[in-house]
Design a protein around this ligand. Structure first.
Ligand code: 3PG
Ligand code: MG
Length: 397
């Protein structure tokens, strides 16, 4: 794939796919504009080079219909403020009116197209929809790392319509950090994997096993490993059908010399909820009718110690049900452990990012990926359709 720096942008309609899928509150206020700020260098670069900037994005999951609450209009306003210039909000993302509006742009002006997912053609990777989008640009830039794991029209089918395509600075940076961490890491390389379901992380664990020096496992997914070791976990969430496979993966890791860290204690409660009774118990002593909902303080100390000599850390997934205050301490403590480490630290996945932002430690992490699903796909060692469409991982500069 080519870098945006290779393209001549002056006077051209530069069609850029970004991921402006930002969280909104009930009044349509943007509650976190990280994803908008993350692509400003690319947008600014295009404007500085006298491109006519045409931006496209999805927002939420409207399932192929126009949904007022998922309009990108609030993003146009915020973007205008960040760029300090007017951003023309298009009423649609395809069609004659939009084409006229886009063709009326002058060098250095900006238009934002309406939510791509208002049309089913976007998620269907429909060639006709892609053709209509492609009519709005002379060159195409992909700057939407977080949606590159989706073979959608604006990410994949559209690419064949352009003689010149390139990756934006954010996409290049995401790929570079990931490559550095996984392909030529400074060792020890430690992977911290958490989250609710081992089923959704199994591919990542298998792919990383031959590459990492240590695994640190937290979140409810740890339960399947603990169960395979014979612990009685009360009513804790366990994916029974994966217990055997989890045990086999654990054994394989040990055989191959990968250190494998699992929780030694837990914060337990009779059920998940904001005002429930909780206590801290060793893993051996989870009461029959209680469930583990976070790692305990002994585990946090153990994990912290395991990170002490790390030179590279890759982290995906929370240590417990951290959206509930009583079960958030394990994840918060992990944020501090990673932030305090001297390692190159790379974190990805929506939930994990929220935890880091909420503790104000953002600047103390080397790199926070803007992708959730896309980041996980990379950890699984699978190609991203959006990156493949641009010509694959290798960067021609
Ligand atoms: C995300 O937030 O994960 C990306 O914007 C992709 O959205 P999706 O999961 O709805 O495809
Ligand atoms: Mg997602």
């Amino acid at each position: 794939m080519y870098s945006i720096k290779e393209l001549d942008l002056q006077g051209k309609r530069v069609l850029v796919r970004v991921d402006f899928n930002v969280p909104l509150d009930e009044h349509q206020n943007i509650t976190d504009d990280t994803r908008i700020k993350a692509v400003l260098p690319t947008l600014q670069y295009i404007l500085d080079h006298q491109g006519r900037l045409v931006i496209m994005s999805h927002m939420g999951r409207p399932k192929g219909k126009a949904v007022d609450k998922l309009s990108l209009a609030p993003v146009a306003k915020r973007l205008g403020r960040l760029l300090e210039q007017e951003v023309f909000m298009a009423e649609d993302c395809i069609g004659e009116n939009v084409e006229n509006q886009v063709n009326g742009l002058e060098d250095g002006q900006v238009a934002l197209l309406e939510n791509l997912r208002f049309y089913p053609g976007e998620e269907d990777n429909d060639p006709e929809f892609a053709r209509q989008l492609a009519a709005l640009g002379d060159v195409y830039i992909n700057e939407a790392f977080a949606v590159c794991h989706r073979a959608h029209a604006s990410v994949e089918a559209i690419v064949s319509h352009f003689p010149e395509t390139a990756a934006g600075f954010l996409l290049l940076k995401e790929m570079k950090y990931f490559k550095d961490a996984m392909e030529k890491p400074r060792r020890p390389l430690v992977a911290i994997i958490g989250g609710a379901k081992v089923s959704s992380k199994f591919g990542a664990l298998e792919n990383m096993l031959p590459r990492v020096n240590k695994f640190i496992i937290g979140g409810a997914m740890a339960n399947s490993f603990l169960k395979s070791m014979g612990f009685a976990l009360g009513r804790s969430k366990v994916e029974e059908d994966l217990v055997e496979a989890a045990g086999a993966l654990h054994q394989r890791a040990l055989r191959e010399g990968v250190k494998f860290y699992l929780p030694v204690d837990a914060v337990v409660a009779p059920e998940p909820g904001p005002n429930v009774e909780t206590k801290i118990v060793p893993i051996q002593e989870i009461p029959e009718n209680w469930m583990a909902l976070d790692i305990g303080p002994a585990t946090s100390r153990l994990f912290d110690e395991a990170l002490y000599n790390a030179k590279t850390i890759v982290w995906n997934g929370p240590m417990g049900m951290f959206e509930i205050d009583a079960f958030s301490r394990g994840t918060i403590s992990m944020v501090y452990s990673v932030a305090d480490s001297y390692a190159l630290s790379i974190v990805g996945g929506g939930d994990t990012d929220v935890a880091i932002h909420s503790t104000g430690q953002t600047d103390r992490i080397s790199y926070i990926s803007t992708g959730g699903g896309a980041f996980l796909r990379l950890l699984e060692g699978k190609p991203l359709p959006g990156v493949q469409a641009l010509g694959g991982l290798e960067i021609h500069e």
